[in-house]
Structure formats: C-alpha cells, structure tokens
Design a protein. Structure first.
Length: 457
C-alpha cells in the first residue's frame, strides 16, 4: 500500500469503507470515491476534504485518480461486477483490493483486536475501543458504527500498536485478518446467499479462529457451537452475561433507569459497574469488551469509568425522542436474533407500555431464509408496521416479499405499509413506545418521525 499516494473507494459511503477512507486521509494521502447516493456520512466525508461522486460513469472519475501506478482501488463487496467504474479499473490494470484485504494488512502491522459475530460485534467492538482509547493503553479503531462518544467510526492513536476492528463475516471478509486477539459474540446462521448452509457458515468462524496469532487469545461467548482451530500458544476464554465462564456479570441490578453488575474475571472482581447505555443486551456485550480490555492492561478503575461513560452508537438502541406521552427509539436490528434481543430489552425497560415496531426487512435472501424466525420475533411486539424489503445489493426473488413475514405474525394489530405512506399512517396511531428496526434506508425516516412526534401531528 505504501507505493500509492491516492486511494479511490468504490462504495465510499459504507460504514466500513468510510472509516478506511478517513484513515488514509489522516495519513496525508489523497482520497476520493464513488457511492450510489448522498447521505449524511458522505456529506461528512466531503466536509473532511474527501471527494465523493454519485455517478458511476467513467468520465466522472477525477482525472488525478486515472493513473494505475499512483492510485489503489478499494472496493466493497456490495459493488456489482458490472459497475462501470469497476470494469474500467479492471480493464486498465489498476490494482484492486477489497476492504478486508486492506484491513488485513493493517492487522499484520499491529496488534489487531478483532470482534466477530452475527450480532453484537458492532456494539462490542465500539465498547472495547472506548475502553482502550480512554485508558493509558489507548488504541486505534475501525468501527462498524458511528460512536456517540467520538462522533466518528475511526479512532487513531499515535502511541499504541493496538487496533480494534469489527470482523465482518459477509463474503468471508474476516478471513483476510490476522488477529492478535479475537472475540466471537455469536454464530447464528446468516448470509446464506454466500454460505448456502448453516454448517458452512459455522465453519467460516472456525477458520477465523485459526488466524489468531501465536501468543494471542480467543474470547468466545459461552455455549457457541464452534470448535476453535487454534495455533499453538493461543489461549481460550469464555464469557457470558450471568452463566459463568472465565468472564461474566453477576448480581445484575435493574432499576431507576440504571443497570449495574459485578464484572468477574479469572482473578479479579469489579463490583457495581454501571452501564452508560442501560439496556440488558449491553451487559453481555460489555462483559466481552471488558474482557478484551482487561487482558490488555486496562485497570479496574479505567474499566469502571469507561463503561459508565460509554454513550452508545448511532442506530444501536438509540432513544431518539422522549416526552411524557411517547418514547421513540431506533435500532439497527435486522436479523431475527437481534430483533429478539432488542424487543426483549425494550420490554424489560417498559414492561407496562404498548410497543409499536416499524420493521424494514433487509435483503430478499435473508427474508426468504428467515421469514418464520422474523415473524416469531416480531410477534413479541404489541403492534407491527411492516415495510417493503430493502434490496441493497440484490435483485428481487420471485415469491419473496414482506408478505411472507406478515402472514406468520400472530399479532392482532399488524399492517403492511409503503415507505411513502408511513408518516401518514403514524398520524393515525395511538403511540406509546415506538421503535424503528432495520439496516436499509429506514434511518432516513428517523428525523422525520421525530419531527412529527415533537409537533404532536
């Protein structure tokens, strides 16, 4: 990578891609990229001096990035093969690397702390990064979400060789990494458009464990059905919320808008740790993050301060608006297990209130493969508003629509709604606790819904 002075990103507006773009920009390189549409994140990149284009025609590529000797192309798997600019770069002998390859190079030059899992990895890696960054250890980090503490998905430290990375299982991207330490939060089957079977999905995590460097460590949630394949000298630890293991939470106390617990390590105990984001789902994520930090020298007091000061991640269990009459929350949950955990956490917070959920399914293949599981999770709401599928990188699949989820939802109050009619429909609802779920473009409605609730319309 050192021979290039310019980097061009195809899919620069993605959360992982934008972090890499920011990384190279801060290192003094020239950075530009393409994305399909303008978002707040791409607007922020432009403000930071990164050029972003929204047209895939070749003549829109800035002239200075047309030299294959000086420009490295970094591409996300979401970019289709037929993309015009990608085809141009291939035909003109540019070196093209996937985001995961670049992250792999970074982990080989540092002590990579890599967090993998079907769900929980973004929150766990962001908490771990915060714990290390605010301690005397410090770290750099490439995050899969925008940290509310730092308002960015990239942290840089000049004084530390540690780098925290969210290890993405999609397209087997995490097989490019070389972790010093790794966490596996979960391995529930997903991305079956890539893996085809649950066994193949699980095997990919087992291969990931074989990449941990000698002298490092693997931290696994207790009960995960994975058989690690470890190099000599790699230690294995387990963790849980309240089910024992090498690291765990005990004496969990919920009340008065707070959650406290005792953090138990193989040799120490830190009593009455207070969660900065008090939802039950974050207890287990915090235990995993604290385990990573503890193993790398973060002190007990630094752990206590770090957990209490962690303020969350954009679109991860965010309370968007709260008044005497309504609470509005937003969450990225887009897998049945995530929905189950999120809805259960909301129910624990508001046990006596009516919970209305708006869910936008993400991907035709995921909807097809998990329709029954989605229906089961969404049936735990009091009322459901179901939007059309967000296709992302996929073409429609015959017979696959949001209807195959809706027909199996057992709620009396359930509605299929287009995005265009969503705000009008919400005006007709008697809302108590409202939650938006999904990984598509539902986030564009968050400020609109908030504005409508604030105005009382």
């Amino acid at each position: 990578m050192n021979k290039y002075n310019r980097y061009f990103f195809l899919g620069i507006g993605g959360i992982g891609m934008s972090a890499l773009a920011r990384y190279f920009k801060t290192k003094g390189f020239e950075v530009a990229g393409y994305d399909r549409s303008e978002t707040k994140l791409t607007q922020d990149l432009v403000t930071e001096g990164i050029q972003v284009i929204y047209n895939q025609e070749v003549n829109h590529i800035p002239a200075e990035y047309m030299n294959p000797k000086s420009t490295l192309i970094i591409v996300t798997p979401a970019i289709p093969e037929e993309h015009n600019q990608l085809q141009y770069f291939k035909e003109n002998n540019f070196i093209i690397q996937k985001r995961a390859q670049v992250l792999g190079d970074i982990t080989r030059q540092s002590k990579g702390i890599c967090v993998a899992g079907t769900h929980g990895k973004t929150t766990t890696s962001t908490i771990a990064a915060h714990l290390l960054y605010q301690s005397q250890v410090t770290c750099s980090a490439f995050l899969g979400g925008i940290s509310n503490n730092y308002n960015t998905n990239l942290l840089l430290s000049k004084d530390s060789n540690y780098v925290v990375i969210e290890a993405d299982e999609y397209d087997r991207s995490f097989h490019q990494l070389s972790p010093y330490m790794a966490v596996i939060t979960s391995a529930d089957a997903d991305h079956l458009d890539i893996y085809e079977t649950a066994d193949a999905f699980r095997e990919s995590f087992e291969h990931f464990t074989s990449l941990i460097r000698p002298g490092g460590a693997l931290i696994m949630r207790k009960g995960i059905d994975i058989k690690p394949r470890l190099q000599k000298g790699v230690k294995v630890y387990t963790y849980s919320m309240n089910d024992g293991g090498d690291f765990s939470a005990e004496n969990i106390k919920v009340g008065k808008g707070e959650i406290k617990f005792d953090f138990v390590t193989p040799t120490d105990r830190i009593n009455d740790v207070r969660l900065g984001v008090p939802v039950m789902i974050n207890v287990e994520n915090s235990v995993a993050a604290m385990a990573l930090a503890w193993l790398n020298g973060v002190t007990a007091e630094e752990l206590r301060v770090g957990i209490s000061s962690f303020s969350g991640i954009y679109r991860r269990f965010n309370i968007v608006y709260k008044s005497d009459s309504v609470v509005y929350m937003d969450d990225y949950a887009h897998h049945p297990s995530e929905l189950n955990a999120s809805i259960s956490s909301i129910r624990a917070l508001y046990p006596d209130r009516k919970i209305t959920g708006i869910f936008q399914p993400h991907l035709y293949t995921r909807t097809r493969d998990f329709a029954a599981d989605f229906a089961s999770a969404l049936s735990k709401l009091d009322e459901l508003i179901l939007l059309d599928i967000y296709p992302a990188r996929e073409l429609p699949i015959e017979g696959v629509s949001s209807d195959i989820i809706l027909c199996n939802v057992t709620l009396e109050h359930k509605t299929l709604c287009s995005k265009e009619n969503l705000l009008t429909l919400l005006k007709e609802k008697d809302l108590d606790v409202l939650v938006t779920f999904g990984a598509g473009d539902i986030d564009k409605f968050v400020p609109l819904i908030k504005k409508q609730l604030k105005s009382g319309n």
